[in-house]
Design a protein around this ligand. Sequence first.
Ligand code: PRP
Length: 220
Amino acid sequence: MSPLTLALSKGRILDETLPLLAAAGVAPLEHPDRSRKLVLPTNRDGLSLMVLRASDVPTYVQYGAADLGVAGKDVLLEHGSEGLYQPLDLGIGRCRLVVATRRGYDWSGLVQRGARVRVASKYVRTAREHFAAKGMHVDLIKLYGSMELAPLAGLADAIVDLVSTGNTLRANDLVVVEEIMPITSRLIVNPGALKLKGEAIQPLLDALAAAVQANATVSA
Ligand code: PRP
């Protein structure tokens, strides 16, 4: 069988990805959190894992440096999905992409008046599309993390960010004023790899689809 590389996103998604992979019969020989290795062999002959910064996963798969990857829909929307086949919603990394402001901030008043607002986000492309679809005038400020600080520090009127438990918003006295979309992680595949290594990739896709199905049945 041809060797395969699967690129995983670091952080919270990884904690949900590893059990899903285990259910599909794939386990790294060393735990990614306890290893400094960047390419991790697995119990499956010829299958290795790479653990990357989430925003780099689509790039590795698009260029074929990894055959497959696990990436959040948020990251895929920002990166663009050209050259990426997305066969499976993994149902993990569930959260929401929202617009949030300080509590008591008159966001709807600003929107109704057609005021020009400043929005800070890591997701500028998705935010731009969201506000353009609503016909709103928005100045977007690109940030790389800790978006919640922007309205508190007076950098922006609002943020576009991911909300999972809502704890970070609550801790900073911010509230959701608009829902943009629900987010989950997707399996992405390099289309060229699928053609050349379909024999090795297809059984992995099938095993993952079965693991996703079993997960959905348990949580239903
Ligand atoms: C994400 C997001 C929020 C937080 C939301 O940040 O940007 O800050 O999680 O989660 P909660 O609703 O459960 O509190 P992450 O921890 O991924 O780090 P980041 O600030 O680098 O994006």
